[in-house]
Design a binder for this molecule. Structure first.
Ligand SMILES: [Fe+2]
Length: 226
């Protein structure tokens, strides 16, 4: 037995010496900096962070609209439900993007900066102004979604940059672009179609008496029939 222990200790010493001569950092000196595993280009990371800001901005706009329609002065519970749910979805999109960056080794430490939202995007919180009816709010949401979709395409272009050959090679991030195409764009286009369909139905229902049409449409929104 003493011979076995001595043999094991000697083997470990040899392994350590070999590791030191090859700059191997197994053991107490272990460090990840020696291993180049983070391949997301800095341009690409910045574009993803801008997209996170947009998702939070959309979330706050929808939260603001949800509050507006749920007030006693406006009282459209169907619209309120739709916008509160939309706000949650946008927040989830932002979290998915943060998780993606984390998976690629890009820790998000500037979260306060990312969630900072322009107050203009959430000023629909004063029901007394009655500045929006249902169709105005749906048009606003459709425009918001189109701008979010446009920005996703911008992220994809930045991550497939047509620059100098070497830089382009570094920037072509096939995985991120594929993930954005499959997960995000699919949901964006479906979301845009959903809002456009709702708007179309609302306009038809309110073609002769808009207020009555909006009241009935709101009931359909509440029961997920619109
Ligand atoms: Fe989104």
């Amino acid at each position: 037995m003493p011979y076995t222990i001595s043999f094991l200790l000697a083997s470990c010493m040899i392994l350590l010496v070999q590791c030191q001569s090859d700059k191997c950092s197994i053991g107490m000196d272990s460090t990840l900096e020696d291993v180049k595993w983070k391949t997301l280009h800095s341009n690409c990371t910045q574009e993803v962070k801008d997209q996170i800001k947009m998702e939070y901005s959309a979330a706050m706009t929808y939260l603001s609209l949800g509050l507006y329609f749920s007030s006693d002065l406006i009282n459209r519970p169907g619209f309120a439900k739709f916008f509160f749910e939309s706000a949650s979805e946008e927040r989830q999109h932002a979290i998915k993007l943060i998780e993606y960056l984390s998976m690629r080794g890009e820790s998000v430490t500037d979260i306060a900066e990312l969630v900072k939202v322009n107050p203009e995007t959430m000023h629909y919180n004063n029901p007394a102004t009655k500045e929006l009816d249902g169709k105005g709010a749906l048009k606003l949401a459709l425009e918001k979604e189109v701008s979010v979709t446009t920005n996703i395409l911008k992220v994809m272009r930045a991550c497939e940059a047509e620059k100098a050959e070497e830089e382009a090679r570094l920037s072509n991030d096939y995985h991120l672009v594929d993930w954005l195409t499959a997960d995000f764009l699919e949901e964006q286009y479906k979301g845009q179609r959903d809002i456009a369909g709702k708007l179309s139905t609302l306009l038809k229902m309110g073609s002769s008496n808009y207020h009555l049409g909006e009241f009935l449409f709101d009931k359909k929104m509440l029961s997920n029939e619109a």
